[in-house]
Write a protein of this length. Sequence first.
Length: 164
Amino acid sequence: MATTAVTIEEYLSISYRPDCDYIDGEVQERNLGEFDHARLQTAIAIYFGARRKEWGIRVVVEQRVQVSPTRFRIPDVCVILGEPTSQILREPPFICIEILSPEDRVSRMNERVADYLQFGVPYVWVVDPQTREAWRYTHGATVRVSELRTENPAMVVPLEELFA
């Protein structure tokens, strides 16, 4: 995966296509999925979008999230309670969702998940479109699940609906 050294100001002033993470002075390309990745990302966004008024949420894809002063991540999907206060999320989303690509490595995904949790994201979900498995990460717990759940507000996302 390619990286390029730049300042935060340079990173924020450049439009990358596709957008890239910024980690401690380096711009890092993200593994992009193929059809299975894109289809699942769309299904998740549609699922949450259809329930946005009921749950009082906003759902966005590939949104910049500043997880620390020197780190910006681009989750595949973010769920936000209420309205965001800026164009770049500088407050923790309610959920960050990552969809695995065939090239993703466990160590890199664990670093992403740790960044979200340390930033204060209450729920991080990782979904594998190849195996149709999912994991829910919260502070102190990682669980393989058949449905993705949250509390306060309570949300349930059955995996089989996303893969239908």
